[in-house]
Design a binder for this molecule. Structure first.
Ligand code: ATP
Length: 225
């Protein structure tokens, strides 16, 4: 049986990055034997409204938040891409870059997973990577997946694996549900707090909140987007 090296890919708008993202990444890095782990800030997303902070600022905030963590790297491929950016495009690039020798593990919260059928070429994603899904407060729970929309249940029926080591046996197509600490933190709430001049301490790294202050991000009406 082939043992593929495992590459964690955590995509998001990170507008801004917060401890909800970072704690998930840290716990997954302990659970899954990743050889590499990349944070990939989205450029111009296809499905959601434009992020509030520029892609440059969002990437800088990710860089600051992981600067002392040797397990994590920032991948700027999507913010450097002109025009609308899609995850499938990045996964194709990764796949080609590793020459089929790595199992890519794309990480997402269940709120994102429940909308995956709206992603560009969504079924191709299962051919390019595994998914690692984490629960998120305020969303449906992964244990209630029999209540998920039929289109998702059908596409995922034979893909669930219960052991993270299974991810290295095949290079794509499996879905692992990871148990991570539930932290009810969202970037939307952080932007609202900044706009209302309220404290965001302990929701995100201090270096990131200092960056937000220095660059006047999310202040005034902008923060409410
Ligand atoms: P926004 O509030 O602007 O929609 P967000 O907090 O959801 O932002 P994103 O950058 O959109 O952050 O999220 C990137 C990925 O991280 C998504 O797959 C999302 O489900 C997941 N995620 C974000 N926050 C959490 C959290 N607190 N717990 C678990 N997963 C999370």
């Amino acid at each position: 049986m082939t043992d593929y090296s495992l590459v964690g890919i955590y995509g998001g708008t990170f507008d801004p990055i917060h401890y909800g993202h970072l704690r998930v990444a840290e716990e997954l890095a302990d659970t899954i034997a990743f050889d590499q782990f990349f944070f990939v800030p989205a450029g111009e997303p296809r499905l959601r409204k434009a992020p509030v902070a520029s892609k440059y600022h969002r990437a800088r905030m990710v860089a600051l938040s992981i600067q002392n963590n040797s397990r994590f790297s920032l991948d700027e491929r999507e913010i450097k891409r002109a025009g609308v950016s899609t995850t499938v495009e990045s996964l194709r690039e990764y796949h080609a870059g590793y020459n089929g020798k790595a199992a890519l593990c794309f990480i997402m919260g269940v709120d994102t997973f429940l909308k995956i059928h709206r992603w560009h070429h969504w079924l191709e994603i299962f051919q390019l990577c595994h998914l690692v899904i984490v629960d998120r407060p305020g969303s449906m729970r992964m244990m209630d997946r029999s209540d998920f929309p039929p289109i998702i249940q059908d596409a995922c029926a034979s893909r669930w694996v219960t052991c993270p080591t299974d991810l290295a046996n095949q290079f794509s197509g499996m879905i692992y549900i990871a148990r991570t600490t539930l932290l009810d933190i969202s970037a939307t709430r952080i932007r609202k707090l900044v706009a209302a001049d309220k404290s965001t301490r302990y929701l995100l790294p201090e270096a990131v909140s200092d960056y937000i202050k220095t660059h006047h991000l999310y202040s005034g009406e902008n923060g409410f987007k």
